[in-house]
Design a protein around this ligand. Sequence first.
Ligand code: SF4
Length: 180
Amino acid sequence: MIAEETSEQIEQQNSKIPVGISSCLLGEKVRYDGGHKNNSYIGKTLGQYFDLQAFCPELDIGLGIPRKPIRLSRKGSDVIRCIPVDNPEPDFTDALAKSANEKRQWHSNLCGYILKKDSPSCGMERVKIWDDVMPIREDVGIYAGKMMENFPYLPVEEEGRLGDAVLRENFIQRVFIMRR
Ligand code: SF4
């Protein structure tokens, strides 16, 4: 028994750490315009240590490529909804939250998650909310928000913030602690 546990521990130490990531950050052409947001630091440097597991919630809920861009809106309501930029329908809010709930098993096996900033689906913070006047940066993407609600201790960071040495170090430390 002791020998089995030891070999498991050694295997874990030698294997890459499972970390979820927004697909577009790994160069996958899944954005609304058919493009990507490849981040070579994440793919080439962090990818040496992390097993980066890509997921795009907008594709998961059946949106195609290309597709109309979506955004967060509270026009005429206190409730924030995720809708197309030029139309109040269809409303994708519930589908994106459901996508996060359906991925709970996968999320529970991750030691961290890297999210695409500013996305109404994947953004971690300061995502624009549109109303009648000016957009304000104060919310979180629908998929990301539900995942963080379900797993409040999961280390999460945005690709933009990983450019900051202190924040990057902090995130990497949290991922390694989560692994342990
Ligand atoms: S939903 Fe997330 S993964 Fe998909 S394109 Fe938008 S930011 Fe990238």
